[in-house]
Write a protein that binds this ligand. Structure first.
Ligand SMILES: Nc1nc2c(ncn2[C@@H]2O[C@H](COP(=O)(O)OP(=O)(O)OP(=O)(O)O)[C@@H](O)[C@H]2O)c(=O)[nH]1
Length: 343
């Protein structure tokens, strides 16, 4: 253990090839098919991505399925990834520029900040007035699991037409499992009707090519907590905490790269103990992860969003690999199943 001044954080995290790299569930596929079947009636797609993983929470499946529609990309949970610093603003500008060639518009939101919700509403209103008839327009909100789609819908509805919560929300992925009914979020200023928004179930990528991306998505809550072991996730969080500021957890211990040291101290100081006073490291890991998810352990972004990294991130290649890899896994599963049935 070392004092903050002499402490050297880990420069990289080991590549954990044994981690599961898929979380593509039955209701994800069913939801995606349903979205496709409704597409002809939709004027604008609002795609939510998590501010803390702006690159990793992009889902290639939406490029394939929802192609040809106007799209607004909303980076949600800005309050958890931004401190409002000059660097944060520069990052947002870089991300908007990175996406510019795809002709999508970009906004950053925090559902508890009315100004950012209003910006999304203003965009929706302008789109309705520009493109649609006097009857208004239809929009659909899509995105990875747990990125905040239903929360955004509720916030838009509240701000837009003063009505209460309609969509269920929750801290774990998969709260929304089916396409919702159309919900009014804006009145039409000149005609009848208005802007209507449909909620959809979160859809995970078919296959995550890089194990570290799986860790990032798991840390942000895009996959169920049982998929990646909490101890590994806590260690990955510690790696990031140390890269940001190793005093973020100073209430519990001096800077350390050893997750067991941190978790043991947390368990003792927060009373997470098993029989005979043995520190419950698993419970401490879950608690630590939740503290970060709630914004109590620093606000920062997990993806590398430097100009250089964005320029070098060729999403289309990663997408092709992701989808083709998922297809070959599905084929292999069928083959193994076929062999088993023959026996
Ligand atoms: N701090 C913060 N939390 C948010 C924000 N938006 C959503 N959340 C929280 O994120 C969690 C997930 O939100 P949901 O709206 O249920 O996410 P979803 O994308 O609809 O999830 P699925 O049902 O998996 O599709 C909830 O605990 C919300 O309170 C935000 O802007 N800031």
């Amino acid at each position: 253990m070392a004092a903050a001044s002499q402490f050297i954080p880990r420069a990289s995290f080991p590549s954990l090839d044994f981690l599961p790299r898929s979380y593509f569930l039955g209701h994800h596929k069913a939801g995606l098919d349903k979205m496709k079947s409704r597409l002809s009636t939709i004027d604008l797609i609002i795609e939510c991505r998590d501010y803390r993983v702006p690159i990793s929470s992009q889902n290639p499946l939406f490029e394939d399925t929802l192609v040809g529609k106007d799209r607004l990309i909303v980076y949600t949970k800005r309050d958890l990834g931004s401190r409002g610093s000059v660097l944060d603003h520069a990052r947002e500008k870089a991300i908007a520029q990175w996406l510019a060639p795809s002709s999508s518009s970009v906004l950053f939101s925090d559902i508890r900040e009315l100004a950012s919700v209003r910006k999304v509403l203003d965009f929706a209103r302008e789109h309705m007035l520009r493109d649609s008839s006097l009857f208004g327009s239809n929009m659909m909100v899509v995105g990875m699991p747990n990125v905040g789609k239903s929360s955004l819908l509720n916030a838009l509805r509240f701000k837009g037409v003063g009505k209460g919560k309609v969509a269920q929300t929750g801290g774990q992925p998969g709260v929304t499992r089916k396409l919702g009914t159309s919900v009014k979020i804006l009145e039409h200023p000149h005609g009848e009707g208005g802007t209507y928004l449909i909620d959809t179930p979160g859809v995970f990528v078919p296959y995550v090519t890089d194990p570290e991306t799986m860790l990032k998505l798991a840390l942000c809550g895009c996959v169920k907590d049982s998929i990646v072991p909490s101890m590994i996730l806590a260690d990955y969080l510690l790696y990031h905490l140390n890269l940001q500021d190793s005093t973020l957890y100073s209430t519990y211990t001096v800077p350390t790269n050893d997750v067991e040291t941190l978790l043991t101290n947390i368990a003792i100081k927060t009373g997470r103990l098993q029989r005979q006073g043995i520190p419950d490291l698993e419970a401490a890991a879950i608690w630590l992860i939740q503290r970060w998810r709630d914004g109590h352990l620093g606000k920062f972004v997990l993806d590398n969003t430097s100009q250089e990294s964005l320029v070098n991130t060729d999403r289309s290649d990663a997408m092709k690999t992701s989808i083709s890899h998922a297809r070959s896994i599905a084929k292999e599963k069928k083959r193994v199943l076929g062999l088993a049935n023959q026996k």
